[in-house]
Design a protein around this ligand. Structure first.
Ligand code: GAR
Length: 192
């Protein structure tokens, strides 16, 4: 992705499906002095996603799409992104798979955070798999989104030790804490 010049901030849309702690964290990051992004839009596939409350709290435009017809929905989203002049998409706990066509239209401008040390454990239940396999290390990854799920170029990773007493829930909590550091750091790495 090209480097930012001058004072212009990258207009960013965050896609969420749930709690939105990464969304909240990215909002915080968008308010620090040296940030390269502004958050202009949040999109969710879940009407009652808890994270949507941060859109109200911070006065960020929000749109909910039910994805019952993916082709139709993506067309609407693309129009909206164009209208809002969005040039970066951050997936943050977004649990829908975007189509090849959508990704192509935004090529190189969609990034995702994933709760594992990719390429290990693509997809769901990553913490559970790490515990089940008695992994000594786990972590999170920020990567570019390509048509193959969780397989795009890695931007940054954070590795943590799994404690003997960890279960999937405690591990998820530990990793989420690291995600909140990693996502802003990865954005800084791309744009500064
Ligand atoms: C995060 O752990 C994120 O890495 C994960 O969902 C959680 C969302 O938390 N994403 C995925 O599993 C994507 N495949 P949040 O809603 O509190 O940001």
């Amino acid at each position: 992705m090209e480097k930012l010049t001058g004072l212009k901030k990258l207009k960013t849309a965050v896609f969420i499906s749930g709690t939105g702690s990464n969304f909240r964290n990215l909002i915080k990051f968008s308010k620090i002095k040296k940030t390269p992004i502004s958050i202009n839009l949040v999109i969710s596939n879940v009407l009652k996603a808890r994270g949507l409350k941060y859109a109200d709290q911070f006065n960020i435009k929000k749109k909910i799409f039910n994805f019952s017809n993916i082709k139709d929905t993506e067309k609407k989203i693309l129009n909206l992104l164009k209208k809002e002049k969005i040039n970066l998409i951050c997936l943050a706990g977004f649990m829908k798979i975007l189509s090849k066509n959508f990704i192509k239209k935004f090529n190189g401008k969609i990034i995702n955070i994933h709760p594992s040390l990719l390429p290990k454990y693509k997809g769901l239940n990553t913490h559970f798999k790490a515990i089940k396999n008695k992994d000594r290390f786990a972590g999170c990854t920020v990567h570019y989104v390509t048509e193959n799920i969780d397989s795009g170029k890695i931007i940054m990773q954070k590795k943590i030790k799994v404690a003997a007493q960890d279960n999937a829930i405690s591990l998820a909590k530990k990793i989420l804490k690291q995600e909140h550091k990693l996502y802003p750091a990865a954005i800084m790495r791309i744009f500064n």
